[in-house]
Design a protein around this ligand. Structure first.
Ligand code: NOJ
Length: 575
């Protein structure tokens, strides 16, 4: 029987649970809060929710340091509330993906506590322990650098050995060369699949296997890693990142997911590198991870030619059966609208790319209303990564940031701005919320934008619903239009799907001047990024059929000009 691969056509919305909605009034978001806001997510039209970690954790890295994979952190809820969430999401016809941190656990986990207790402990070999170099063994075992700079080896006096951590010192790496560890982690994966979750976002998946030789990594001249390359801190991570055994493991994990086919589940990997390098994680026969994050879009200049080149590159390396992903923000990066001068018209244009180009879109909570980064001092940051870099003089920060090092992640994790009221509707607490609400919440909030069909929120909503209505957007082929004359400003492409009644023609003006649209066929209907048409509002709010769906569909005239930063989608009869 053919398995329906719904994940291929889905749209993903990332919830950072700590900041989404606080139902119990402690100033921290929780699962009950997500349940309260499900109606909004349904209204918006997103199909899959990805939750950043809600497992039991000391929260030193806000959940990316898990101490118990089968328990929920009390500030977020209970196993019972999590089960209710899974059910409620499914009842809405939506899907739920959890974050799975396989590379490391918290140093407070029972596993690591046992492992660090004694050299002879049966769990010693569950982590990576080595003797140090030098006469007294006080030098790290080799030159390996962690992902955040500096040696990733940490010395333990008690047993006089070093353990390896790819990220922060309290996140020790598991030893996947020990089959018992692998089995235990795959059991955690199965446990959640059995609870009904629809897949996983895999945290720093590129670091799972380290080379068994523990040989030194070669030197490099690159100061910092980037979205495009994990090479940095003057080292090529030959033995620590993208190990062939990690690529092989992606297939093993895939096989586990594939054994749950009703409904089909999916994996999306957090990996870094060029699209060409990253596609290896999907397997030569599309038998690895279903998707990998492609972060290049986050740093692509706001120019038609830059996005044309990016789309061409994604199409080249992620041609069917593979699929690219479209990511503009997450809990580790500055808010995407910051790069767009805070201009909602530009944000709407990028939303057009994200939701109409071929691939699976990943939206970060608040992006849909244009939430901007929080201006909060580095010195009082709650982010452990900022503490790690506490020694860097303030003067150097702008330079480090320009070089792509982003370590003050509080700025993109501020509470969701629901309304123009107390704590922006995020929490009823009389105290402070865990991070402050952005002061622009009176202007930038869901309630205000819900009332305005020309808002950014509505633009996302309209796009999300067209994707449902027009299968060519979610599943179709992609063809870039060649238009040499105006390619600096204008980007155009077509989406079509064999056997479908409609095809979509998309034109985006990245310039500050009006642009003439190339002449072409009159469409059945067309939609603009800058304002909603009367028909769309009626369709979305009252369920009235769009004209193109009715028998009496009339050709409307083709738009001839695009305003600055305007995008349009033209619907044509196909074939
Ligand atoms: C990547 C996650 O996105 C980030 O938030 C976390 O701190 C590290 N991995 C470590 O788990």
């Amino acid at each position: 029987m053919e398995v329906r691969e719904d994940w291929k056509a889905t749209t993903v919305y990332q919830i950072y649970p700590r900041s989404f909605m606080d139902a119990d009034g402690d100033g921290i978001g929780d699962i009950e809060g997500i349940l309260q806001r499900l109606g909004y997510l349904k209204w918006l039209g997103v199909e899959t929710l990805w939750l950043s970690p809600v497992y039991a954790s000391p929260q030193r890295d806000f959940g990316y340091d898990i101490s118990d994979y089968r328990a929920i952190a009390p500030e977020y809820g209970t196993m019972e509330s999590m089960k209710r969430l899974i059910e409620a999401v499914h009842a809405q016809g939506m899907r739920l993906v959890m974050d799975m941190v396989m590379n490391h656990t918290s140093s407070d986990s029972a596993w690591f506590e046992a492992s660090r207790s004694h050299r002879d402990d049966p769990k010693r070999d569950w982590y990576l322990w080595r003797d140090g170099r030098g006469k007294d063994g006080k030098k790290p075992p080799n030159n390996w650098r962690s992902m955040i700079g500096g040696s990733g080896w940490h010395y333990e006096e008690q047993t006089e050995q070093w353990y390896w951590a790819t990220f922060l010192p309290f996140q020790p790496d598991l030893n996947y060369r020990n089959p018992v560890v692998k089995r235990a982690m795959l059991d955690h994966v199965r446990f959640w699949l059995d609870q009904g979750v629809d897949g996983f976002r895999l945290d720093i998946f590129n670091a799972i296997f380290k080379d068994a030789s523990f040989a030194d990594n070669p030197r490099s001249w690159r100061p910092f890693p980037s979205e495009d390359s994990p090479e940095g801190f003057f080292q090529r991570p030959l033995h620590t990142i993208d190990h062939p055994d990690t690529l092989a493991f992606s297939k093993e994990l895939r096989a586990v997911l594939d054994s749950y086919s009703h409904p089909s589940r999916f994996l999306v990997g957090e990996v870094f590198g060029s699209p060409e390098a990253l596609k290896r994680y999907c397997g030569e026969h599309a038998d690895g991870l279903h998707l990998v994050f492609l972060f290049r879009a986050m740093r692509t200049a706001f120019r038609a030619e830059a996005f044309r080149a990016l789309i061409a590159e994604y199409e080249q390396h992620f041609a069917p059966p593979l699929l690219p992903t479209w990511v503009f923000g997450n809990h580790d990066r500055a808010r995407s609208i910051d790069r767009l001068d805070g201009d909602p018209r530009r944000a709407a244009l990028l939303a057009f790319v994200q939701l109409t180009a071929r691939g699976v879109p990943f939206l970060y909570y608040g992006e849909e209303i244009g939430m901007t980064s929080l201006d909060t001092p580095f010195s009082s940051s709650l982010d452990p990564l900022a503490h790690h870099y506490g020694w860097v003089p303030d003067l150097l920060w702008p330079w480090m940031k320009r070089m792509g090092l982003f370590v003050h992640r509080d700025v993109c994790r501020s509470p969701m701005q629901w309304e123009d009221g107390h704590h922006a509707g995020f929490s009823g607490t009389k105290e402070k919320t865990w991070l402050p609400v952005h002061p622009n919440f009176r202007r930038v909030n869901v309630e205000a934008q819900r009332k305005d069909p020309n808002s950014l929120l509505w633009c996302y909503r309209r796009l999300l619903h067209w994707r449902r209505l027009l299968p060519c957007l979610a599943r179709g082929e992609m063809r870039l239009f060649e238009d040499q004359r105006s390619r600096r400003m204008l980007l155009g492409y077509e989406r079509s799907l064999a056997g479908e009644a409609w095809r979509a023609e998309i034109w985006l003006n990245f310039g500050t001047q009006e642009q003439a649209l190339p002449v072409g066929d009159a469409p059945l209907a067309w939609f603009s990024s800058l304002e909603a048409s009367v028909e769309e509002v009626a369709w979305l709010d009252r369920g009235v059929a769009l004209p193109m769906l009715s028998e009496a569909a009339l050709l409307v005239s083709r738009p001839t000009r695009l305003r600055p930063f305007e995008g349009v989608l033209l619907v044509h009869r196909h074939g």
